[in-house]
Design a binder for this molecule. Structure first.
Ligand SMILES: [Zn+2]
Length: 275
């Protein structure tokens, strides 16, 4: 091993240490250099979870084999990175829940090389709705600076209808990206432009709620507008692109993925097969 190479490795680690602290350095480096280490444990993970992801995640079905491999790899990595807390104080949380929650984050950050939002550390799972002391009412999910709370009942409900633009997991993971948005300075201009179009639409929604494409709750504030737009981006992308092309276009740029294009490609493929 040459001295220059050792100096290079030392510099890379020093930069990583200064950037991220001692925790997760290796993980961050692997992500930054897009290096996948496929251990036997990873291969076993794919064998076990591939059929379950096919059943539970419509997004996963739309991916080609290489993308599915990336999705599995990222899901497992997210799962290992996050702490899952059982709010029921029993043996409520299962591996399926951990995989599915991690997969929902892998879905919305699929276009990014750095798919781990830096501030998200913990997922708290409840069986059903739970009482929020902050809002003084029962809620299905909430996202804070470093953790997200989810009702498992409504998590599952969200994936039952894949086109109704209602998906708790995608909504809350949308909030995670919103909370972390300052960590993505390269997206800053795009987010500002998205905000400009979003504000126009929110004003229209308040004036004419009956003709709005996005659900009423989106007009509450920019954070809810973003979270509801994330749900719609994945559950009704073609319609979203037709009805609100500027907002859809900015989201596709920020997320670095074009869901309408992906869905359209699959549909075209199917019709070619039929004819
Ligand atoms: Zn929300």
């Amino acid at each position: 091993m040459s001295q220059d190479f050792l100096i290079f490795v030392f510099i890379v680690f020093a930069i990583a240490y200064l950037s991220y602290g001692s925790r997760d350095i290796l993980n961050k480096l692997l992500i930054a250099f897009n290096i996948k280490i496929k251990t036997k444990a990873y291969k076993d993970f794919v064998i076990l979870w591939h059929p379950i992801l096919i059943n539970k995640f419509p997004f996963y079905v739309l991916l080609n084999a290489t993308e599915q491999d990336t999705f599995c790899y990222r899901t497992r990595n997210i799962m290992r990175h996050l702490e899952f807390v059982d709010a029921e104080e029993g043996e409520f949380i299962t591996e399926t829940m951990e995989v599915c929650v991690s997969a929902s984050l892998a879905q919305i950050t699929f276009g990014w090389q750095d798919y781990l939002p830096p501030n998200l550390k913990k997922i708290v799972l409840f069986k059903d709705t739970y009482y929020s002391n902050l809002f003084h009412r029962d809620v299905k999910g909430l996202t804070f600076a470093h953790h997200t709370m989810l009702s498992w009942r409504y998590f599952e409900e969200g994936f039952k209808d894949e086109t109704d633009k209602l998906n708790l997991a995608l909504h809350e993971m949308g909030h995670v990206l919103w909370v972390n948005r300052k960590s993505y300075p390269e997206e800053d201009e795009e987010i500002k432009e998205w905000e400009w179009f979003a504000k126009q639409e929110m004003a229209k929604m308040l004036d004419n709620p009956e003709t709005a494409f996005l659900r009423e709750y989106a007009a509450t504030n920019l954070a809810e507008m973003w979270a509801c737009s994330i749900e719609t981006f994945f559950e009704a992308p073609v319609e979203f692109k037709q009805k609100l092309p500027e907002i859809y276009g900015k989201m596709a740029k920020i997320l670095n993925q074009d869901m309408a294009g992906r869905v359209g490609k699959i549909k075209r493929g199917r019709s070619t097969m039929i004819s």
